[in-house]
Each structure stands twice: as structure tokens, then as C-alpha cells.
Design a protein around this ligand. Structure first.
Ligand code: GAR
Length: 201
């Protein structure tokens, strides 16, 4: 299964996926292209170091969200992408994008959805006073972090945590969970019934 990873920043989740692939832990999945909407980010360097094709599509250079997403679809299709993994990609995709890859766009989010969707999820958890938060891998739908949940992992909020400490603790779990979810999808072990997702062992 050809995977395209969309990024905007540091790309530590991308690295975890690439590392899992190098260890033979992604099953039939392999990353064929990494696309960023921001030039010069660390995620692109990580892709290049792994010998994976990259593309930069600066969203501000497109007249509309629709035009940006059409270019995104064309770039991914050109590489034969079958599964799209958003990994720190800080753009909301359009319905047309989702229709191009039905049930094949996934995201990792640094909270236990449906708690703390959107940006700064770790800060939201701290400000709310949550004692447990975590991360979620979910299908992307037309809402913001609202699609069916594939896998989640819980992470404690510790006394004295600041945003950086909590972010780092959650990332450890993201890096474990995201490759596992991609592998399950590539293995054909994931079925969706409405909102309920089953992942067979
Ligand atoms: C990750 O924590 C990811 O869950 C989050 O951005 C970070 C990207 O880190 N995504 C969101 O907040 C999406 N709403 P990375 O670039 O090092 O993988």
C-alpha cells in the first residue's frame, strides 16, 4: 500500500513511520511521497534522508483551498498513493480531497478525541485540568478531528507539567500508535461500521 504523508513541521511522526518501515514493521505499507505546505521544514529533510520523494505546495500560492487540494490530489496520485497520512499537517482538507481518497485519509491528534480537538490540544488539556490525555489516530472526515477513531493511547498529565513536557510524553505514544495503525490498514485488519472501527489483531 503506497502511503503519502502530509506534513507542515518537524516531522517526528513521519520519522517514526519511516523508521518502522525500515525495520519491516509497516507490513505492506511504504511511504512513497512526503508533501509539505511549508518549505524548508525538518520533515522534508527527514524524507530526503530516507530517500523518499518530496513535494512542497505552499498553500498561499493557490487562489483557493479547492485549488490547493486539487494540486495535492494530483501530486499524490502521480506517486500512486493509496493511503494519505496527515502527520502534523496544519491544514483542513476539503470534501473534494476526501472524496479522492475515500476512507483512506488518516490523522494523528495529540489528545483523546473527542476531547480537545483543533490546535494546541496539549495546552487545552493543561488548562482544563485533565489528569489523563493522550493521542488518537482517526479517519479524517469533513469536520475538525471528528472522524471515526482507529486507535488511542492514554498519557497521564503529571503535577508541574508544562506544555513542552506533556507534548513530549504524548509524542512517545504517537510514534508507537501511528505506525501500528498504518500497518493495520495495510494488512486489511481495519473495518468501519458507522463511527465504530474494528482493528483485528
Ligand atoms: C503532533 O503532536 C501531532 O499530533 C500534531 O502535531 C504534531 C506534529 O508533530 N497534530 C495536530 O495537532 C493536528 N491537529 P511532528 O511534526 O513532529 O510529527
Amino acid at each position: 500500500m503506497n502511503v503519502g504523508v502530509l506534513v507542515s513541521g518537524s516531522g517526528t511522526n513521519l520519522q517514526a513511520i519511516l523508521d518502522a518501515g525500515a525495520r519491516g514493521q509497516l507490513g505492506q505499507a511504504r511511504v512513497v511521497v512526503v508533501v509539505s505546505n511549508v518549505a524548508g521544514v525538518r520533515a522534508l529533510e527527514r524524507a530526503e534522508a530516507a530517500g523518499v520523494a518530496t513535494a512542497v505546495l505552499p498553500h498561499r500560492q493557490f487562489p483557493s483551498r479547492q485549488a490547493f487540494d486539487e494540486a495535492l490530489v494530483a501530486t499524490l496520485r502521480a506517486q500512486g498513493v493509496e493511503l494519505v497520512a496527515l502527520a502534523g499537517f496544519m491544514r483542513i482538507v476539503t470534501p473534494a480531497f476526501l472524496q479522492a481518497f475515500p476512507q483512506r485519509v488518516i490523522n494523528v491528534h495529540p489528545a483523546l478525541l473527542p476531547a480537545f480537538p483543533g490546535i494546541h490540544a496539549q495546552k487545552q488539556a493543561l488548562e482544563y485540568g485533565a489528569r489523563i490525555t493522550g493521542c488518537s489516530v482517526h479517519f479524517v472526515d469533513e469536520g475538525c478531528d471528528t472522524g471515526p477513531i482507529i486507535m488511542q493511547a492514554a498519557v497521564p498529565v503529571l503535577d508541574g507539567d508544562d506544555e513542552a513536557a506533556l507534548t513530549a510524553r504524548i509524542l512517545v505514544e504517537e510514534h508507537r500508535l501511528y505506525p501500528a495503525a498504518i500497518r493495520a490498514l495495510a494488512d486489511g485488519r481495519v473495518t468501519v461500521d458507522g463511527r465504530r472501527v474494528t482493528v483485528r489483531p
